[in-house]
Design a protein around this ligand. Structure first.
Ligand code: ADP
Length: 487
């Protein structure tokens, strides 16, 4: 599929350090999860290159943060325009290495690019303040400054947007960045970096280190242990988040963590059922269920349980699974064999504990890639694995509940707190439930909540900090208090 790029130079096989494209001593293969075919090789970098990248980012810092915000913003805007201009090629790269349907990949390019112009604007509004004095001989001022060199470790499920969502506020604030993209999806990251170069990003301001899973751990250690790196942003599993947090403790590094979720999706008796079904489809099956905000547990109130299931099953049954490059595909492959096995384990466990398979329920036999049928399970219970863990696949377990209090209690009975959703037309209930859900984000009568203008993030063990929105700048900025005496 990559022979068909409009701009062949977007397919990079080198990493970017200090404005130069570099090779490693060894390389590793990137494969297409839909076919198992190799797409290309990228450098397998390690400790040494991580050190070089940190030095480059440190070296570039003063000039970059010394520029007027407007000049940094101009680079971000040019970069955003280039991403949009090359959206088709970027989408092809993304579908090839990640598997999501081409239309979804294109949507991610536009969504990912939108963080660049949003934070280009925010860059200009990093206001300080003056505080009324309590001592006539003194004046109190607060200024805000870039935190310094930042590291970003990003996941494979949004190969482009998870990079721009972190890098855009960092660069806007005046920080320089080292990105370590997921080993499954480095090609999109490198194409994005190529476009940053074309947008006029100064050398060393944006560095991309590619590495396989083993070397990624080594690079992670170097980034965490470095005292030069003042901030680490990570999106991925809670388990890896804990490791990184521990590794960052000795240097008291600031952290932004977007970790796992276990999103409840609640349908109350008074919901608009058709809208709830559409929301559940969008929230659950997008990216083959591989997003941290995907509905993981669908709770339906007893009065509408059967009616909801009937409508939902009809819509799940017509979802088409296949290679994301083919027209009309809704659900692409899972990222790898381990992901497929996890989904199988969750389904087998649910069936053993009494769930009924209404649609799907097994892997697509005979396929070269890691495909799992869009699956709907009825009569799920809290004992099942799919209720406690994030399935990260196209499986919707549906649970029955009786009262509003039950729904809230069930929804909150998890260590995670990222996204949640509920459907109701009752204004009182909307406020009660919206306030009671222990989640960083609540979708009310919608299954899609992400956009650049809002603060995305979780509570409890789903993470720290917010990405996007006005709040997205905060993690990349230090507040400095100036006390002026002798007035
Ligand atoms: P997921 O659970 O989304 O598959 P992970 O949380 O395992 O992803 O990984 C997300 C990112 O974190 C990837 O870029 C991966 O290379 C990186 N990573 C995984 N384990 C470690 C680690 N121990 N140290 C540093 N980076 C890691």
């Amino acid at each position: 599929p990559l022979g068909a790029l409009d701009d062949a130079s977007l397919l990079r096989s080198q990493a970017l350090i200090n404005g130069e494209w570099v090779n490693g001593a060894t390389s590793f293969a990137v494969t297409d999860p839909a076919t198992g075919r190799e797409l290309g090789q990228v450098p397998n970098l390690g400790r040494t290159e991580a050190g070089t990248a940190i030095a480059a980012a440190a070296n570039a810092l003063n000039a970059w943060r010394g520029k007027p915000a407007k000049e940094r913003a101009a680079v971000l805007v040019r970069w955003q325009q280039l991403l949009v201009k090359h959206a088709d090629d970027l989408a092809r790269l993304m579908t090839a290495e990640q598997g999501k349907p081409l239309a979804e990949a294109r949507g991610e390019v536009v969504y990912g690019a939108s963080f660049l112009d949003w934070f280009a604007e925010e860059a200009k509004r990093v206001y300080g303040e003056t505080i009324p004095t309590t001592d006539p001989t003194k004046r109190y001022l607060v200024i805000k400054q870039a935190i310094g060199v930042c590291a970003a470790i990003t996941p494979w499920n949004f190969p482009l947007a998870m990079i721009t969502r972190k890098v855009a506020p960092a660069l806007a604030a005046g920080c320089t960045v080292i990105i370590k993209p997921a080993e499954a999806t480095p090609l999109t990251a490198l194409a994005v970096a190529e476009l940053a170069q074309r947008a006029g990003m100064p050398s060393g301001v944006l560095n991309v280190l590619t590495a396989d899973s083993q070397q990624s751990i080594e690079i992670g250690q170097v980034l965490c242990e470095s005292d030069v790196v003042r901030h680490l942003s990570f999106t991925g599993s809670t388990e890896v988040g804990r490791i990184l947090m521990r590794q960052c403790a000795p240097t008291i590094k600031k952290l932004s963590l977007e970790l796992g979720g276990n999103a409840p999706f609640i349908v109350f008796d008074d919901a608009d059922l058709d809208s709830a079904v559409d929301g559940a489809i969008a929230s659950k099956y997008r990216n083959a269920g591989q997003t941290c905000v995907c509905a993981n547990r669908i709770y339906v109130q007893a009065g509408v349980y059967d009616a909801f299931l009937e409508k939902f099953a009809a819509k799940v049954a017509v979802l088409k699974t296949g290679n994301g490059f083919e027209a009309g595909i809704h659900v692409g492959p899972l990222i790898d064999a381990a992901a497929l096995e996890k989904v199988e384990t969750h389904v087998a466990d649910a069936i053993a504990l009494g769930a009924k398979v209404l649609t799907g329920g097994k892997r697509v036999e005979g396929a070269a890639g890691h495909f799992f049928e869009p699956t709907l399970l009825a009569d799920a219970t809290s004992e099942m694995l799919c209720s406690r863990e994030e399935t990260f696949g196209p499986v919707a377990p549906v649970f029955r509940f009786q009262t509003e209090d039950d729904a809230i209690r069930l929804a909150n009975s998890t260590e995670f707190g990222l996204a949640s959703y509920f459907y109701s037309r009752d204004i009182g209930r909307i406020f009660r439930v919206g306030e009671a859900l222990e989640y960083g984000m609540v979708g009310v009568n919608t299954g899609l909540i992400s956009t650049a203008e809002v603060p995305f993030g979780g509570v409890k063990q789903s993470g720290l900090g917010r990405e996007g929105g006005r709040q997205g700048m905060d993690d990349y900025i230090e507040v400095k208090y100036l006390c002026l005496g002798d007035i």
